[in-house]
Structures are given as C-alpha cells and as structure tokens.
Design a binder for this molecule. Structure first.
Ligand code: ATP
Ligand code: MG
Length: 228
C-alpha cells in the first residue's frame, strides 16, 4: 500500500467530523507514533494547502543533551521538520527530561529536587495552538502510560477532546494491545478517528489488518515498512 493511500481515509473523516486536531497514541512506546504523526502532517499540508499544522509532544523523557548543554527531544525535532519549522522546539516540546524513564517518574524525580510537579493541566496548556492551526499531539508510550504527576495519556486526551489516532506496531501480541487500547478509548468516550497498522519491519504479519477489521468497527489502514 502506497504511503499516502494509507492517510487518504482521514480526509473523508475530516469532512464529516470537523476537529481542531488529533491526539496520536499507540499500542506501546517505539511503535511509530512520531513516524505516523510526521507523515500525516506532511500529507495534510499537501492535501490542504494553507492549513497550518502545529505539532505538540508536550513532554519527553530520554532527551539528548547536546554540546550546547541543552536538552533536545528527537521526536520534537522530527515533528518540527514535518511541520516546516513554523514553531520552535520549546513550543513543540516544553517539558524535557534526560533520564530514559517514564515522563511521570521523571517529573517525580525532578520535583524531589525542587522541580515543578507538572500536571495534566500544564500539559494541556502546552498543547494549545494558535487560532485556526490544526494540532497534532503525540503522547508518550501508550494510552494508559503515566504522563504527568496526576494522570495518564488518556487524561490528557480527555482534557484536549481531540479525536484519537491509534498506531499499532505490527508485531506478535499487537491485537491484544490494540483491542485493550480501543477499549480504553471507548471507555473514555472519545472518538477514535483511525487505526494505523504500522509495519516496523519487513516481517509484519500480513493478516493483522484483516483480523482487526473483524474485531473493531473503526477505519484501519496499513503503513508499509519504509527503510531509510
Ligand atoms: N513504517 C516504518 N518503516 C520504517 N521505519 C519505521 C516505521 N515506523 C516507525 N519506524 C521507525 O521505528 C522507530 C520508532 O518509531 P517512532 O520513533 O515513530 O516511535 P514512537 O512510538 O513515536 O516512539 P516513542 O514512544 O519513543 O515516542 C523509529 O526509528 C522510526 O523511524
Ligand atoms: Mg515518538
């Protein structure tokens, strides 16, 4: 399946369901949330010329300390590139932690040393975008991964009220993770706009899309493995 074909159903979805943005979640960490967010951002800009897209990764752990002694989030750098550098890295990702631990644990560690105890409300504020901009917000980890001192990814999604996009890493066990995530989204009463089955290698199971189609009512498309 060609790359852009995978994203086309979202254009139809947007026609019937106007929204100011999407919240991108996944079945796990490292399964392609940033990859999909960047491709979707480029796709929307191509198909909707003039649409300004603001990407947000409100909190990132495992940030890299550069030679300038500042912390950088690789996700934020990719999101900035995919949105034509219209916003600065601190706008895209204001809360950065060096330790490669969950954001919530990183906040706790930092707050024990006097750091700000970052809340879901703080993250929601960081996710605000200029008027008429379309927001693409990437969470961290999966939908029930702790994200702030007082809540999980789903709590930020509830606060923002954007429809969700679920990225499923196409590997063994992903049906379980996908259905658990779908259940969590339904329980929260949030709309699920689309599911992307993302092939993280050339060995992805060719039946995953069909299996998920039989198990969920949501639109699904497949993202091919695209080695660099
Ligand atoms: N379809 C694909 N084809 C080739 N490589 C991919 C594909 N999807 C993801 N990758 C690669 O897999 C790795 C993990 O993807 P990505 O960083 O987007 O995951 P993530 O879910 O955003 O991770 P995190 O939880 O750290 O935010 C990256 O190196 C990315 O380039
Ligand atoms: Mg990411």
């Amino acid at each position: 399946m060609a790359m852009s074909t995978a994203y086309t159903p979202l254009l139809d979805w947007l026609k019937t369901t106007p929204t100011g943005g999407f919240f991108i979640t996944g079945t796990d960490t490292d399964i392609g949330k940033t990859f999909v967010a960047c491709q979707l951002g480029r796709f929307l800009q191509e198909k909707r010329p003039g649409l300004a897209i603001s990407a947000r990764k409100p909190i990132a752990s495992g940030a890299i300390r550069n030679t300038d002694n500042l912390l950088y989030s690789d996700d934020a750098i990719q999101l900035q590139q995919a949105t034509d550098h219209i916003e600065s890295l601190p706008t895209i990702c204001p809360y950065l932690f060096e330790a490669a631990i969950s954001p919530a644990r990183a906040i706790k560690q930092a707050s024990e040393q006097g750091g700000k105890p970052i809340t879901i409300k703080d993250l929601a504020i960081a996710c605000q975008v200029p008027d008429h901009h379309f927001a693409l917000v990437e969470g961290a980890g999966g939908i029930y991964s702790p994200l702030a001192i007082d809540g999980l990814n789903i709590d930020l999604a509830m606060e923002l009220q954007y429809p969700l996009i679920l990225v499923v890493g196409n590997r063994l066990g992903c049906l379980n993770h996908a259905l658990l995530t779908v259940g969590a989204i339904e329980k929260a009463g949030l709309p699920l706009a689309h599911i992307f089955v993302n092939n993280l290698s050339k060995n992805g199971d060719g039946n995953t899309v069909m299996d998920l189609q039989n198990l969920t009512p949501y639109p699904i498309s497949e993202i091919p493995f695209q080695p660099i």
